[in-house]
Structure formats: C-alpha cells, structure tokens
Design a protein around this ligand. Structure first.
Ligand code: BGC
Length: 779
C-alpha cells in the first residue's frame, strides 16, 4: 500500500501541474491529462446526447438546467416546492437534500414514467465527510497527509450514498483557506495548493471510482470556484481581491487538479473576485476552466448564487442576473428558480444564443448518460440498509480519525515524563469538558447526521478504564456554565490521577455561515481550564474544533494538547487508542496555527517583504529595530507552523542533499512543455532517524524557495511529501524526485515557467525547520 502511495505521489508530483502552453489567450485544446474513465469525456456518449437534445423543446432544455432542494434547506429560502408537477412537465434536471432510496425512487418514477422524454433526475447531496459512516471533517482528513486514505474514505462514501440513490456529491471543497476566522476552513484541506491538489484529486478518484457508470460511483463537484476562501476578514460570503498571479499560483491549482482527475462537475462560488462575482465571471469560468483546462463537465451555481447577482450589485433584475450568470458559464441554477423563470425568454429574445443553451444542456445530459442513469434510473431499496456502516467502513473511520489527530504538545508533567501516552499505572481519570459525550457537537459537519452511530469519547474511555475509575463532570457548557459546575470539575480533578479535558467549539461554530471574530475557547471554558490546571494534576487537553484556536495560555501551561478536529463516528475509540499509545499520532497541521486573531490571515507560503524579520526562531522576541514588518505586540511566527505535528517518539533529520548544483531554465521549460510523464529535474534526499523508543509514522516534507525571480516567490513552498514508517533506532534515506514544476512559477507575464534563480530546498518535518540545500537555475 505504501509503495502504491509513493507511486501515486510521484505520479501526481510529476504530472499534474499546468504547462506553459496552458496560458492566457490560448484556445481550448483537448486536455491530455484528463482520463476518459470519468465518463463525461467519453466520445461514445455524444451520439446519444445529440439524439435526445434534438427531441427537446426549449422549455424541456431549460428544465434540465434547473436544480432544487427537496429536503432540509442548506441555504436561505427553499425555492419552489411543487416538484411533482414540475418534474412531470420536464422542468427539473436535478434535486438535492433528500437522502433515502425511497425518496429518490419516488421522484425518479415521476421523471421517468410521467415526463414526455423520460429523462432521469440526478440526485445530489453534500456528502462532505462520508454519508452514513461519518469520517473526520475534511480539515482533519487532510491532516493525515494521506491521499490514499482519503481515496478509500471517499470510495466508501460513494458506495453508501449511491445505495440511497445519491449519484452526485457537492464535494470536495478545494478552497485554499488562509484565515481561521472563516468557518469553512473546516471543509477543506487547508492553506497549501500542493497538498490541496493532492487531496482534491484523491477525493475525485474515490467518489468517481474507476468508472462513473458503475452503480456505486458518484459524480464529484469541486467547489467553490473560486477564491471563496479569501473572503475579506474571514467573513463568510465576503468579497475577495485576488490578483491574477495569486489566483493562478494559489487558488486555482486544487481545482485544476480536480479537473485533471476527471471531476464531472464544478460549483461556482458566492464571492466576488475583484468586483465580478464568481458565478458571473467569464475569466474564471470561460477562459481558465473551459479554454485553458478543457473542462467539459457541468458548472453548477452555489445555492441561489445566480439570484445573488442582484444584491451583489451587478444586476438589477432576474433577467439580467440570468443573462450574466449563464453567459459567463454557469450551466445549472441551484435553487434560485431564475433559469426556470427567464432563460427561455432570453433565448427567444436572442439575448442568449440557442447554441449556448444547447451546449449547457448537452453537459447535463452527458453527465446523466455517463452515470448510467438512463439505463438504471432506480435504486434497489432492498439493498440500501446493508450498504451502510459495514465493518470495513467503521474500521476505516477509526483509522482515519487516528491519522487526523495532531499532537501539538507533549511535555513532561508533574512527574517529569511526558504525560502521553497515559501510563497503564493510571487508575482514576477525570473527564471534564462539554465535548466528551455530546454527539451533535463532536461528530462531523454532515448535514444529515445520525447521532446514534457515534461512539463518544466518554463511552470509549469508560469502557477502557471502567466506569468506577472515570469521574465524568462537564464543568461547563460550550458557551456558558455555572460556578457550581466549575467547582464540581475542580473537585473531580483533585480525586483523579490524570485529568482529560475535552474543550473547544461545537460543530455549529464552524462550517458554512460560521465565521468567528474571536478564536479562543467559547463561553467559560478558558476559566474552567485554568482552574483545573491550578489543581496541579497532570492535564491532557483534547481540542475539538473546525479550525485552529488561539490558546496561548493553554500552550504555555498545559503539558499535553491534542488537536482532534471533529473526528467522526469513531471519535471515542480513536481517541482512547491514541491516549493510551495503541496508536501513535502522526497527523500534521495543514494550516498555520495562529497565536492571536490579529495575525490572520496567516499562512506559511507568504511572500517576504523589503523589511522582513528573522522568523527562524519563533521564541525570539520581536527585534529592537522598529522599522521592520512586524507587530509591536505579537510575534510574526505562528504558534505552530504548517506541517507541524509531534508523535510519541523523537526524530532527527539529516542535511538535505541534492543530486545537482545547477539546473538550466531552458531545459526545465522544455521538460514542462513535453507531453507525457514528466522527467525528473533533481533528486533531493535526507536521512531521517527515529531516535525514540516507539515506531513512528512520519510525514516527511520537501519545500522549495526561489529567489531573484521576476515575481517574488513564497519564503517556502511545499513540493512533495511522503509518509514513512520508522522502527525505533531506524534510519531511512528519503528521496524526492522533483519534476520541473517544482522549479517553475507563474511569472510576470502570468505564464508558468522556470527562470534563473537561486533555489533553497529543505527536507523537513514541517515548514519552519530543516537545513536547506542550495541549487542555482541558470538561463
Ligand atoms: C453551500 C454549498 C453546498 C450547497 C448545497 C451552499 O449553501 O455553500 O457548499 O454544496 O449549499 O447544500
């Protein structure tokens, strides 16, 4: 399995990046990197699509482009509700937010049996971190740095969802997130475009399987295209200002990776980019997505995003909103009803060319043919239940949770040894905090939660240590609590050998429409934490959250802290195995962990300034020199850097060795433009040694910095990573074959190319450590 992972990493490292040819102004060409397995690129579907299109009336064509929510709404308003009648008239192409085979079949029967052309409906849902088997939230899954794990997780999600008739998921969210105030950071893979691209492709491969038309495959939807994570101030739905250069270098790559992996659909975002809403943006939707990348799938708007062009201020009525959204490239209208109301009229008026309408309808029909819906429109209700929560799914949920945990701190406690793993000599444990046994708050972001599936932390811990040895006191609610609650917690702590605190946010505090201006512990939890630590007992803090929380006091005073995110239905067993050392934490941060909110947006792959500070020693106080780019009251460095995570063993990294001291820009560019598998430009390697006494799973990372280029480049940029296993005392030489992409950049003409530069390369355990090797790129 590890060999396969290495091969997948190497393949994607060498293959997926854009080429110089895919630049502004170059017309759409078939994308050689898109695999035909996704089905939507399969030319044999074209004849079927054309034959059907030919029979359709204008109204039936518009119907295929209308999508409605038929269950619990996941946005404002609910749109129309007269679905039966509309379906019978061929006025609906897709429905979402229903989740059982009985419901999907009932609607499908109307479409297939009562509508004139018998075109099946495609049913969608936000299958974000699993369907019935809920896995860790995407931010946690990404913290595993394990794309193969993600592929397995999403394969299971596809099997379960399709057993209920869901053949389309609105996932993965591949938005780059640099600001922890933005609640939707929880739904993505963090701040890095390289890791984000690896994860994006893994999600797509898992959902779509080896063929889209097998009944257990579901179409992926990479969202929210694009720049949604750059919302100003971290406030959801807010506007964004992103230069073309930044867009291409940071925000577009994960979408491009999803497209190259064969993603069948893309969702256009809510936000405006430089004043033009993403759901009416011809540059991103036409120029980049269709012309440069050759995407042939469906672009679906986000919830009401076409209607929202009016409050955005670029349309004063529905007719204009439809004209702008549709002509910019939005094929399907999610919930706003405006395509239903105005599209036919606009075509009749000649304001929308018939050929453009036909092109969008073709894409929707092609998706349905590719999914095999015309041959198998119904779902077998008798097999639905048995597809859910299968033993292998539950066991994967536990493994995924274990790999998602990030050990942030593990210092010696009062008895001078690291508190974690908890020793078997410990008899009595006090379990304090509001997040240990509260299913709706600790499980996941799934919108159709089934709480009975969760094994809570409390239940698992109680089973492990015995009910009589577990003193369970909540001590506080998430946002409140009383003095008496706190006093009871302090008393329980006093009686215990070890205190485990389960603190943090609840799931409603992250995800959509859950931006926060404060990132500390909500309510009275900080007060509770301080009182419990004051007892002098060894304390382990388990943080539940959908983002990093600013807890400088805790990181100074609590000896052991584990970031658990929201771990899914196996939260309890995974946490207990980790606390007692049956599983050794191996997750690493995919977002820079801030010290205070004022540092946000905070990301490691930032540009330098003309007045940089020496950021190499995070413990160093701010320099005495006043005129530097820094805060007068805070360090520049994060609390914990991107890529950081401890384990129960210790590791030593040797120097970074490089196979060459010089590279030629002209050869690198020739390699970039060559078709087929990328050549290796340089091999970087380093020895990694397990200096501790436990077997380690370590995520080894490789970073590059280019200096002296036409456009300033990040102080470090991730270019590869690998998960390795090291026995105690073992040393492994870890080598990364870097392709030309690792040394190329979006230049001052917005072309992706290599330039003469001074290059530093680090093989390191995170983005802030390691010794650099040097190489020069000459013309
Ligand atoms: C969200 C999308 C989601 C859609 C459908 C919107 O509010 O932004 O991410 O897929 O609702 O539930």
């Amino acid at each position: 399995m590890r060999k396969l992972l290495a091969a997948v990493c190497l393949y994607t490292m060498l293959v997926w990046q854009p080429s110089v040819g895919q630049t502004l102004g170059i017309a759409s060409a078939p994308n050689p990197r898109i695999s035909v397995r996704s089905g939507i690129y399969d030319p044999s579907l074209d004849a079927k699509v054309e034959a059907l299109l030919h029979k359709m009336t204008l109204e039936e064509k518009v119907g295929q482009l209308a999508q409605y929510s038929a269950g619990q709404p996941t946005g404002p308003g609910t749109g129309r509700t007269d679905y039966e009648d509309m379906i019978a008239k061929g006025q609906i192409g897709a429905l979402f937010n229903i989740s059982t085979a009985k419901e999907t079949n009932a609607y499908q029967r109307i479409a297939v049996e009562k509508s004139r052309l018998h075109i099946p409906i495609v049913f969608g849902l936000d299958v974000i971190n699993g369907f019935r088997t809920e896995f860790p939230i995407p931010l946690g899954l990404a913290s595993s740095w394990d794309p193969l794990l993600v592929e397995h997780v999403t394969r299971i999600a596809a099997r379960e969802a399709s057993a209920s008739g869901i053949r389309w998921t609105f996932s993965p969210m591949v938005d780059i997130a640099r600001d922890a105030r933005w609640g939707r950071m929880a739904e993505g893979a963090g701040e890095d475009p390289f890791l984000g691209s690896e994860m994006a492709a893994a999600y797509v491969r898992g959902y779509q399987g080896s063929r889209l038309d097998t009944p257990d495959s579901i179409a992926a939807c990479a969202k929210h295209y694009v720049g949604y994570g750059a919302a100003e101030g971290g406030r959801d739905y807010n506007t964004t200002e992103i230069s073309e250069h930044t867009l291409r270098q940071f925000y577009l790559p994960p979408f491009h990776a999803a497209v190259n992996a064969g993603a069948a659909t893309i969702m256009s975002a809510f936000n405006a980019i430089n004043g033009v809403p993403a759901s009416a943006n011809p540059f991103t939707l036409q120029q980049v997505l269709r012309k440069e990348w050759g995407f042939r799938g469906v672009v679906d708007s986000d919830w009401e995003a076409v209607g929202e062009l009016i409050p955005h201020g670029i349309a004063n009525d529905g007719l204009t909103a439809v004209r702008k959204g549709f002509l910019a490239g939005v094929d399907m209208d999610m919930t706003s009803s405006l395509y239903h109301d105005h599209l036919a009229q606009l075509v009749r008026l000649g304001q929308i060319p018939q050929v453009r309408l036909d092109e969008s309808v073709r894409r929707v029909l092609r998706l349905k043919f590719a999914l095999g819906l015309f041959d198998r429109p119904y779902t077998d209700e008798t097999h639905e239940a048995e597809a859910m929560l299968r033993p292998e799914a539950i066991s994967l949920a536990r493994t995924a949770a274990e790999r998602s945990f990030v050990l942030l701190k593990n210092s010696p406690g009062p008895n001078n040894t690291p508190i974690l793993p908890i020793s078997n000599d410990v008899h009595d444990i006090a379990l304090i905090g509001p997040l240990a046994d509260d299913p709706p708050n600790t499980e996941s972001l799934a919108k159709l939660d089934r709480n009975e599936d969760l094994i809570s932390f409390r239940a698992a811990l109680s089973k492990h240590v015995g009910e009589q040895h577990l003193f369970r006191i909540r001590g506080a609610d998430i946002t409140g609590g009383t003095d008496e609650d706190q006093a009871a917690a302090v008393a329980a702590a006093g009686k215990a050998d070890v205190v485990v605190l389960a603190l943090g946010e609840d799931t409603a505090m992250s995800g959509e429409a859950a931006s926060r201006s404060k990132l500390g512990l909500p309510g009275r939890q900080q007060e509770l934490l301080e009182k419990v630590v004051a007892t002098g007992k060894p304390v382990v803090l388990i943080l539940f959250s959908g983002r990093p929380l600013t807890l400088p006091w805790a990181f100074e005073h609590v000896p052991a802290v584990l970031a658990a995110w929201f771990p899914g239905i196996q939260a309890g067993p995974a946490l207990v195995r980790t606390l007692f050392g049956e599983s050794n934490p191996s997750g690493k941060l995919v977002v820079s962990w801030p010290r205070s909110v004022g540092q946000e947006p905070l990301y490691y792959n930032a540009l330098s300034t003309g007045r940089p500070i020496d950021n190499t020693d995070p413990t160093k106080p701010p320099s005495d020199d006043k005129y530097l780019s820094r805060y007068i009251d805070e360090l520049n460095s994060p609390q914990f850097p991107f890529g950081y995570g401890l384990s129960y063993t210790s590791l030593r990294y040797g120097a970074t060795e490089l196979s060459r001291v010089q590279l030629k820009a002209s050869s690198l560019n020739a390699m970039l433009n060559a078709r087929g598998v990328r050549e290796i430009a340089l091999t970087a390697s380093a020895e990694v040694t397990n200096t501790g006494s436990r077997t380690a799973e370590e995520v080894v990372q490789v970073y590059v910095r280019l200096q002296g280029t036409s456009v300033a480049q990040p102080v470090r940029a991730l270019k590869g990573f690998r998960r390795i296993t090291l026995a105690p005392g073992e040393t492994k030489k870890v080598a990364f074959d870097l392709g030309p992409d690792a040394f190329a950049m979006w230049n001052d003409r917005n072309l992706f190319a290599a330039e003469p530069a001074k290059v530093s390369i680090w093989i390191s355990p995170d983005s802030a450590h390691g010794t650099a090797g040097a190489v020069e790129i000459v013309p």
